[in-house]
Design a protein around this ligand. Structure first.
Ligand SMILES: Cc1cc2nc3c(=O)[nH]c(=O)nc-3n(C[C@H](O)[C@H](O)[C@H](O)COP(=O)(O)O)c2cc1C
Length: 363
């Protein structure tokens, strides 16, 4: 397994849903960065389960404990390691999944790849719970970025067919960024939240689940972070964001819609603003040209599939008998993971941007 990411800021995530603890080791953080612990806990709470009718009822305090790397609340520059204890496990809900793999989950691929030695409890190392240490890492990175004038926020852009208003890709206020990055279920148009909740509840009543998209924005980036080809801003963000379970797609700027435009419609015209800075009138490039940030807001959208574990009966196979079988899943599962995933997407963006700045010599 590779659960380690990064060249300059090395992030390593360990543990499983029902192991004693999960955690993260961060190597390469700048020294001398003060950590606002309240702000870290606020980010952890956004991802934690049991906060909303749309989420699983598994309750976890998600209280990180820093083992090393912080002294008097300030980063020392040495590896920073933190753990989060797992306190609310019901492992026997998962026993049958070792031989009856859940459609849409990683039970079957893990069974084959790890010769049935993998930890199946609560999804093991494949669990969405592993986004808790990512959110912790992101919360630290977010504070380091904010100190440099860089803000990161996201909103639930859609659930099922219900869509939130999109970000204005050229002009988003710091107040909106601040509000969204503090909300559990961030939406630009608050009226959409109830409509989205109704879609999730309808899926739950049908013993089903539903997916959606998260749109993320990074403002205040300098021009020049990132590289062509394999070290681009898109590459870095995508590779980290794909570590979030259930994320199946990512697009930057106009993304797939750009394929239907002409160059004259898709190009972002340049102009000098009142301060003599080069800006673009539109932002269909999503703030990235040639893998390098162009100083406009960086915008991307991620697509999340519906939660695989649904409570209605499904077809599967019995890996011990070699026969087709029926599966009924027990345990506590979110009918929609998208609101909780928003905090994880922002965390991935925060860590990836920190790495991008570090390796471009801009940190
Ligand atoms: C925050 C979060 C919570 C999740 N909760 C569940 C869950 O309750 N039940 C479930 O089956 N999958 C859940 N998932 C998704 C699975 O972990 C994921 O679909 C699975 O590991 C297979 O990986 P893949 O979908 O990326 O292929 C969750 C994902 C995230 C990000």
């Amino acid at each position: 397994m590779s659960s380690t990411w990064g060249e300059r800021i090395k992030l390593s995530i360990f543990g499983g849903s029902h192991t004693e603890a999960i955690g993260v080791n961060l190597d390469g953080l700048p020294a001398g960065e003060a950590v606002d612990w309240e702000a870290v806990l606020a980010q952890m709470a956004r991802r934690a389960p049991g906060q909303d009718p749309t989420a699983t009822r598994r309750k976890e305090a998600d209280q990180p404990r820093v083992l090393c790397g912080l002294l008097d609340g300030v980063t020392t520059g040495a590896p920073l390691c933190a753990i989060i204890e797992n306190t609310n496990q019901r492992s026997k809900d998962y026993e049958n999944l070792r031989v009856l793999p859940r459609p849409g989950h990683a039970d079957y691929t893990a069974y084959v790849k790890y010769g049935n030695r993998h930890d199946v409890r609560g999804g093991g190392h494949f669990s969405g719970r592993l986004t808790a240490p990512l959110v912790f890492a992101g919360a630290l990175a977010r504070q380091m970025l904010a100190r440099r004038g860089i803000l990161v926020a996201s909103h639930v852009a859609s659930i099922g067919e219900v869509r939130d208003a999109p970000f204005d890709p050229v002009n988003v206020s710091p107040q909106l960024m601040e509000r969204l990055s503090g909300e559990y279920f961030p939406v630009i148009d608050p009226a959409k939240r109830e409509e989205m909740r109704a879609v999730v509840e309808a899926a739950r009543m049908d013993q089903d689940s539903v997916g959606g998209t998260v749109e993320c924005m990074v403002t205040g980036l300098p021009v020049g972070a990132g590289n062509p080809m394999f070290g681009g801003a898109e590459n870095l963000i995508a590779s980290l964001a794909f570590g979030i379970p259930a994320m199946k797609g990512i697009e930057f700027g106009a993304g797939f819609a750009a394929a239907q435009l002409r160059g004259s419609q898709n190009n972002d015209p340049f102009y000098y603003d009142q301060e003599g800075k080069v800006r673009t009138r539109a932002n269909r490039s999503g703030g990235i040209l040639g893998g390098i940030t162009n100083g406009m807001p960086l915008v991307f959208r991620t697509a999340f599939k519906p939660t695989p574990s649904i409570s209605r009966e499904q077809d599967t196979v019995d890996l011990t008998t070699g026969r087709n079988a029926k599966l009924v899943i027990h345990g506590r599962h979110d009918p929609c993971i998208v609101p909780r995933a928003a905090a994880a997407v922002e965390a991935a963006a925060c860590v990836a941007v920190l790495e991008l700045l570090a390796e471009s010599g801009l940190l």
